[in-house]
Design a protein around this ligand. Sequence first.
Ligand SMILES: [Zn+2]
Length: 293
Amino acid sequence: MENALQRFLFEHVNIRGELVSLDSSWRHVLERRTYPNSVKRLLGEVTAATVLLAATIKLDGTLSIQIKGHSALQLLFAETIGSTSFRSTAKWNEHEEMNLENINLLSGGSIAVTITPKTSGQPYQGLVQVQSESIQESLENYMGQSEQLPTRLWLASNDQKASGMLLQKLPGKDNIESDDWQRINTLASTITDKELLSLDFDTILKRLFHEETVRLFDDSPLSFMCSCSEKRTDGMLQSLGEAEVRSILSEKGNVNITCEFCGKNYIYALPGIDRIFSGQSSDPIQDFHGSIN
Ligand SMILES: [Zn+2]
């Protein structure tokens, strides 16, 4: 199954699961930039994890995971919009690019998970420190704390695909169920990265859980989609400040912003800059990830 999320449930035990496979949509992310290998692998993992986590809360809004790691890795960012589309990007220190493959990029890092409801309510943000140099363990820890539901993750990515599996123990009677949780986890832990990246959903579930009764739900399609907009780039320029923006304008003749997710260019000449700083713009949205060039 390409670019899809598959939910499933173990009958008779209170455990649910999800599998995700991002194929052409992941390659679309990679076509935009040349990522160093180690950054690319982590970005694939965090992208798959974001889709899996969003699906557990049946999200109507956005869920993002932001990781700040070692000084060489400034940011890994992945976001899903309503569980059907995603976008992701990374920033790294180009001066340290030669060393990126030799250091633990997550060292000393932190992970922020932000959930923004579509209509009402404030964004909610949870923060955890990176544990055991692994995105999956850190997120398992986060889910255990924030959702209070034991959760396991398996994540893998390469140049072609970003994949993952999630298992979650649902609330219910305990004791007997903790044996079930152990057994299902032991079976799931035999999955290899190679299998996760090469096998289809049915084969993975048969290979891991052939003695269990697994009920499949309809799979849902996923695609790459960017939510950048002129309103967001307006907000980015407003947060930079009028003096700075006008100095770029006089130096370069216009202000050209490139979205870091989709590569779209937003070009502002004098009338556009006048409009932004005329005081007539609506509330600025300051979450645009773009670079001025
Ligand atoms: Zn964009």
